[in-house]
Design a protein. Structure first.
Length: 713
């Protein structure tokens, strides 16, 4: 596995990180290497798979090595050429929003200490009363409200403090009457190397936490059931450049996986164990880029800490093998919002192009993330136009409308390629059937389940930050600042509302992906609390403040350390690992793959469906569902319900005339039976060796070759 890792990491860097490096410099001025790499990765993910799919379809082939190489060189070379001719993007690298002020109120700091202490017991306790999280939530909301009204709780003006200057070069920010100036950062905090060094430490710790559990307990396999579906689609992209007969799924992630596979010389199922854990670095990288653009690199570091070391939603996406969801919801969408915030700050053709390319990319990766994008663009468009019209700024109205229209046009082009849009509108496509089946079938989880789906510290600090940001809207004067804050607020609101209703079809997905915006506003909450505690420690007005400050600081450290340890513990065990005997059967199928299709029992391991056999054997069908899932499906393959019914007929009645006809018409080469589960008549298969010849057997799996003899009845 280490040899595969050494092959996969450079291949991933070449295909996923570096191609967009010069485009990032052309389209967005950035402060530091960390932010530049975040935009470079987003642009690479947005452009490389699109170019690869276009080349493969034009050549009538799969994503061959030459397709992968030309795709990367086209993106990298075109960016380098434009950078050489036009140079880097002009504009400010400073934050859009003014940094929040520190709070020195004994009431706020004392309540913060109490809330954090109670939250600590809430986190480490297993049998605490149900009312305790509600009590903690009320306390956190009270802390946020106290900090949202700083006029009565601000640190008094110190005559020795220098006036605060805006981070924009050449501009001086005049303090407002209710916003006393705050002391400048210490000299050692203002060094250029510090942000990237601190971010690198957070990303390195995130990688260590993730790979530690995988290397000790997963390899040579990796956890998650959905990874096999993505392996099948990546295999089909490698061979055919498409997979229309398998699932309704955008090709972005599978095409990018195929490019990396060509460079690394690995199959998708060999690539995922060594490279998929690195996907978790994308979440803190994007959170850092957005929070830094909003308030500065200190808040970006808080966002990276929460996203990389505390957040559980992104890790759950990895543990379940839902890689496109992880990439689209926690990276591409967050980077799209970061590009939009940068556009507010410096509207231009370059920043508008960045918004269009990165903003539309989630549509090419995941259908549920497409819902997030559509709603967010609609909300931002309506709110932004209303605000700018009220301010009497017609030029800004036009630029915002054009940028969002560009996102919409590019997203429409992606959707037109991925989905059958005429059939979708008329209701006669596989996509429309899949959507109609999913809507309203998944109940919204309980409210307190959010503490588990995202993690309690992210929720508590996110609530504080959301209140500060929402109430702070009234003090913002510039439209760019109001639009930036309003975008994040609306993003949080609609993601939470989406997790509270079954109408969207995916409330649990909305709940887990709510961690994306929550880590950003949570960085604001954590940053304000930490900044207030630092200033409170310097206060000499009384013992109460010093005591509350010390208690709150100790509690905050314990909360972060405790949840970092919790994430480490969660990384160590997984029930969704392929059994060695199932893997042996899959390898045998791959070695004896002569084309055609296979039929397998619906489940091979807890959480691993028969798509695992398809992925390991390089097959696309036939898929199999349990009888309960066929009766009440949440999703359907693009081929519809018929292949599922065919598989069920063969498994339950292998000697019937309909089963014999299915074996011939669907070109079934093997039937794979797992020893558990009621979805198969194993005795009937074993009783007729003339019709089903056993060719493989171990303690868990038996493989039969059907004879395709005509039905005697």
């Amino acid at each position: 596995m280490l040899a595969n890792l050494l092959r996969a990491l450079p291949a991933g860097a070449v295909a996923v990180v570096l191609p967009g490096y010069f485009w990032a410099a052309v389209l967005r001025p950035t402060r530091g290497l960390g932010e530049r790499l975040a935009y470079s990765t987003a642009l690479s993910m947005a452009m490389v798979p699109v170019v690869a799919v276009i080349l493969a379809r034009a050549a009538g082939s799969g994503i061959e090595l030459w397709v992968a190489l030309v795709s990367v060189l086209m993106v990298f070379g075109s960016g380098a050429l434009v950078y050489w001719r036009r140079g880097g993007a002009p504009g400010s690298t400073g934050p859009v929003l003014p940094p929040p002020l520190a709070v020195r109120s004994p009431r706020a700091l004392g309540l913060t200490a109490i809330v954090l202490v109670v939250a600590l017991f809430d986190l480490i306790g297993n049998h605490l009363p149900q009312w305790l999280p509600w009590l903690v939530g009320l306390g956190v909301a009270a802390v946020g409200v106290l900090m949202a009204w700083p006029t009565a709780t601000l640190r008094p003006t110190d005559p020795e403090d220098p006036p605060e200057t805006d981070t924009l070069p050449g501009r001086h920010r005049t303090p407002q009457p209710d916003e006393p100036p705050q002391p400048a950062l210490p000299t050692w905090l203002d060094r250029a190397w510090l942000p990237d060094t601190a971010l690198g430490a957070v990303l390195g710790l995130t990688l260590f936490i993730t790979y530690e559990g995988v290397a000790r307990f997963d390899w040579p396999f990796v956890r998650g059931g959905d990874q096999f579906s993505h392996a099948v689609m990546a295999e089909q992209m490698l061979v055919h450049g498409q997979y229309h007969a398998y699932l309704v799924y955008p090709p972005g992630f599978s095409a990018l996986t195929a490019v990396v596979c060509r460079f690394a010389g690995l199959t998708p199922l060999a690539l995922f164990p060594v490279l998929a854990p690195a996907l978790l670095v994308l979440a803190p990288l994007a959170a850092y880029a957005l929070a830094s653009r909003l308030w500065g690199w200190g808040y970006g570091l808080c966002a990276a800490l929460l996203s990389g070391l505390v957040l559980t939603g992104a890790y759950d996406g990895f543990a379940e093998g839902r890689y496109p969801d992880l990439v689209s919801a926690y990276f591409l969408l967050v980077m799209g919002v970061a590009a939009l915030v940068g556009f507010y700050q410096s509207p231009s053709l370059r920043s508008g192009a960045l918004v269009a390319v990165v903003g539309a990319s989630p549509v090419f990766y995941h259908s549920v993330a497409s819902q997030y994008l559509v709603v967010l663009v609609a909300l931002v468009g309506v709110a932004g136009v209303i605000l700018l019209v009220r301010e009497g700024r017609p030029r800004e109205v036009r630029t915002l409308a054009l940028a969002l229209a560009a996102v919409g046009v590019l997203a429409f082009c992606y959707a037109a390629y991925v989905y059958d849009l005429p059939g979708l509108i008329s209701g006669h496509s596989a996509t429309s059937k899949a959507v109609s089946i999913a809507l309203g079938t998944q109940a919204a989880p309980p409210v307190l389940h959010l503490l588990h789906a995202v993690s309690a510290p992210v929720v508590w600090f996110g609530l504080i930050g959301f209140i500060i940001l929402a109430f702070g809207l009234r003090r913002l004067k510039e439209p760019s600042q109001v639009l930036a804050a309003l975008t994040v607020v609306l993003w949080c609101v609609f993601m939470y509302l989406g997790s509270r209703t079954a109408v969207d079809g995916f409330p649990q997905r909305f709940e887990r992906d709510f961690g994306g915006p929550l880590t950003v506003v949570g960085a604001l909450g954590l940053g304000v609390v930490v900044r207030s505690l630092v200033h409170g420690w310097r206060d000499n007005r009384g013992k109460l403040v010093r005591t509350a400050t010390a208690a709150a600081a100790v509690s905050a450290v314990l909360v972060v350390i405790g949840f970092a340890n919790t994430v480490v513990a969660e990384n160590k065990r997984s029930n969704e690992l392929v059994d060695a005997s199932v893997a042996a059967a899959g390898n045998w199928l791959a070695a004896h793959n002569t084309g055609g299709n296979v039929i397998s029992t619906p489940y091979m391991n807890p959480g691993v469906t028969n798509r695992g056999v398809l992925g390991m054997g390089w097959y696309t069908g036939l898929q199999a569902y349990s009888p309960r899932r066929i009766k009440n499906p949440r999703s359907l393959p693009t081929a519809g319900l018929k292949p599922l019914l065919d598989s069920q007929e063969v498994l339950l009645h292998p000697t019937s005339c309909p089963a014999v006809s299915i074996l011939a018409s669907d070109d079934i080469r093997y039937v794979v039976l797992y020893y558990k589960g009621p979805e198969v008549d194993r005795a009937a298969f074993a009783s007729d060796p003339s019709r089903y010849r056993r060719v493989f057997h171990n303690r868990s799996v038996t493989v039969y070759v059907p004879s395709h003899a005509p039905c005697a009845g």
